[in-house]
Design a protein around this ligand. Structure first.
Ligand SMILES: NC(=O)c1ccc[n+]([C@@H]2O[C@H](COP(=O)([O-])OP(=O)(O)OC[C@H]3O[C@@H](n4cnc5c(N)ncnc54)[C@H](O)[C@@H]3O)[C@@H](O)[C@H]2O)c1
Length: 307
């Protein structure tokens, strides 16, 4: 069934790049942009609409949040981005109040009872948890981008370094989308061959460091992430739209996974038309399992500090 996506923050860099990736994907039926800067949202929608005769038969619109009422997926990208020397968690004070006001607007706009909220704004794991608790929705219908972008960066950097085809590299970054993210080298393969057997430990450390520093590097060099986060968002939305059952490291609420409860973070998760189908309790190396617990502890501490 064709689906409509509303992007709140759709005038911004992340939102508009996601909209462009969705246009080129040609899978969703409607792309609706909402932004506090209405003119910017109208401008981005107009620019996309001008290309629609080449790209795809889609309905591209801009307007207020109330027009998100019939959306199947509401993707929230609104909020401030990080300054170069700022951690994602530092953003919390600035983004929580913006985020709460958006949730209130969505509550009053009476979203469809099957709609899915997809959080991208940072700190994404904290805001995903806030959305679940504030709206009181079934956690299956709320997810965050989590480490989907970090995973994409990790795979792409490994492929470039090892001269491998990027789409055939499988490796995941799990935990927090932030300082405590960790590489699950136990999952790292290319065409079924273990990547850890193909590179020494110093290269592994370097590739993870470059992945972890990618967000800050892109902000420093061009002001903010755009294309890679755009295609990452589109990958998740396409998994929902096509009921693909794709396994992606989106951020979801833990319910006993690895002994964690309540925290939102990334594990490999089956995503389909109903949202979160199943977060998998993967077998991790002991070092990775302790990194996962450290990520959860860092996120829980931040959660407790929310006013
Ligand atoms: N999860 C991830 O992997 C990931 C990756 C990159 C960026 N981000 C986050 O995405 C967010 C957006 O980044 P950006 O580079 O697009 O920033 P941006 O400044 O380019 O865009 C943000 C947009 O949000 C709009 N906005 C602010 N308050 C609003 C409100 N109440 N309602 C509607 N729109 C509102 C602004 O007008 C602006 O157009 C940031 O929080 C950033 O940290 C997350």
């Amino acid at each position: 069934m064709p689906i409509k996506i509303s992007i709140i923050g759709g005038g911004g860099r992340v939102g508009s790049n996601a909209a462009y990736a969705l246009q080129l994907g040609g899978i969703v039926r409607g792309i609706h942009l909402v932004d506090a800067n209405e003119d910017l949202a109208q401008g981005e929608a107009l620019d996309l609409l001008h290309g629609s005769s080449i790209a795809a038969d889609q309905l591209i619109t801009a307007g207020p949040a109330s027009q998100a009422a019939d959306a199947d997926v509401v993707c929230i990208t609104a909020g401030s981005r990080r300054k170069p020397d700022e951690s994602r968690l530092d953003l919390i004070n600035r983004n929580v109040s913006i985020f709460k006001s958006i949730l209130e607007e969505l509550r009053t706009s009476r979203l469809d009872k099957n709609a899915i909220i997809f959080v991208v704004s940072n700190p994404v794991d904290i805001l995903t948890r806030l959305a679940i608790e504030h709206l009181g929705w079934d956690p299956a219908r709320v997810m965050g981008l989590g480490t989907v972008l970090d995973t994409a960066r990790f795979r792409s950097l490994i492929a470039a370094e090892m001269k491998l085809p990027p789409t055939q590299v499988k490796a995941m970054i799990l935990g927090e989308h932030g300082d405590s993210m960790f590489p699950a080298w136990s999952t790292a393969t290319v065409a079924g061959m273990s990547l850890t057997k193909m590179m020494d430990v110093s290269k592994q450390i370097d590739l993870f460091k470059r992945t972890q520093g990618s967000g800050a590097e892109v902000i420093r060099r061009k002001g903010g992430a755009g294309y890679a986060v755009g295609v990452s968002i589109a990958e998740v939305i396409h998994a929902i739209a096509l009921d693909r059952g794709a396994i992606l490291p989106v951020s979801t609420r833990m319910n006993g996974h690895h002994g964690l409860k309540g925290t939102c973070l990334s594990l490999p998760t089956t995503v389909g038309r109903g949202g979160v189908v199943h977060a998998h309790e993967v077998e991790l190396w002991p070092k990775e399992a302790s990194s996962l617990r450290a990520s959860a502890a860092a996120l829980d501490e931040t959660w407790k500090s929310l006013a």
